[in-house]
Design a protein around this ligand. Structure first.
Ligand code: GUN
Length: 287
């Protein structure tokens, strides 16, 4: 079998068109555009790039982007004050505090200070609780993007065996909850899971989010499975830098039915689901 390559970039572009249309309708009705506030503390070059691209995408889709860059030595109090100010600002629908924060800051307190109605990152413990309880809330962007790709590929996921490799709050745990809500039978695997190849080999859906370059081998994959690779690791091969996922793409593509590439699979979806969440938050807050 040669896998279909899942084009996350194309899917994200289509989703972006639909979001832009709905953002325009919101703007017409509300008299203001949906607003996304992104907070960056410090000057980590990778984070600066992410934050800039989030702002650019928000504006492209007809949303308002509020970008707050604070110095590396910002105090907890200053950051908490900014979050409180954004919570109170009627023109702000979504708040994202870029992680990781500098080490002297307490990330959890900052996340907990965000109004859950504006938690477009889905990181607030209440957002996680809503998801687990099957209640409407905002869902973390990366797993939401993975789910959209899976449903586009497979239609109904009901009854399928899924394995999520990785148990982070940002990806693994919400991903497992989303798949469970779609009536999958979900195995949550992680770095200490015994007999991982055997467990991966039973799954119709594999979501890899462990952050270890090419750890999941093609021969582990069940023939005809759908593989979603969240990992992005930089490796040097033949003296050149490459971006690779958590799955050994070349060997997995000979067994899977469909697979996301790295780059160009899950990555482009994450920023678009952030825009999706901002739009949802805007409509719910107006509603
Ligand atoms: N840093 C890397 N990914 C993310 C994300 O999804 N949300 C936030 N807030 N920070 C990140």
């Amino acid at each position: 079998m040669t896998a279909q390559i899942i084009d996350g970039k194309a899917f994200a572009a289509g989703l972006g068109d639909r979001i832009a249309e709905k953002a325009a309708t919101f703007t017409e009705k509300a008299g203001r555009a949906p607003g996304l506030a992104v907070v960056l503390v410090g000057s980590d070059p990778a984070s600066e790039i992410y934050v800039r691209s989030k702002g650019r995408m928000a504006r492209k889709l007809g949303m308002e982007s509020f970008e707050h860059t604070l110095p590396e030595d910002t105090t907890q109090e200053t950051l908490m004050d900014l979050v409180a100010q954004l919570n109170a600002d009627e023109t702000v629908d979504g708040i994202l505090v870029q992680l990781p924060l500098p080490r002297h800051l307490d990330s959890l307190s900052v996340i907990e200070a965000i109004d859950p109605a504006k938690d477009v990152d889905g990181l607030h413990p209440l957002s996680a609780g809503y998801l687990t309880s099957g209640l409407p809330g905002l869902v973390s962007c990366t797993p939401l993007g993975c789910l959209m790709l899976l449903k586009d590929q497979l239609g109904s996921l009901s009854g399928l065996d899924a394995i999520v490799v990785g148990r982070s709050i940002l990806v693994g745990k919400p991903m497992a909850q989303l798949l469970l809500a779609e009536n999958c039978t979900v195995t949550m695997a992680h770095s200490r899971t015994a007999d991982l190849p055997e467990k991966v080999g039973k799954a119709d859906i594999v979501v890899a989010a462990v952050g270890q370059a090419e750890m999941i081998k093609g021969e582990w994959i069940k023939e005809g499975a759908t593989v979603i690779d969240v990992g992005t690791s930089r490796v040097i091969r033949d003296g050149e830098k490459h971006l690779v996922g958590d799955v050994d793409f070349a060997s997995a593509a000979t067994r899977a039915r469909a697979i996301t590439p790295v780059p160009g699979g899950v990555g482009p979806m994450t920023i678009m689901t952030l825009m999706h969440n901002t739009l949802i938050a805007a409509y719910r807050r107006k509603g």
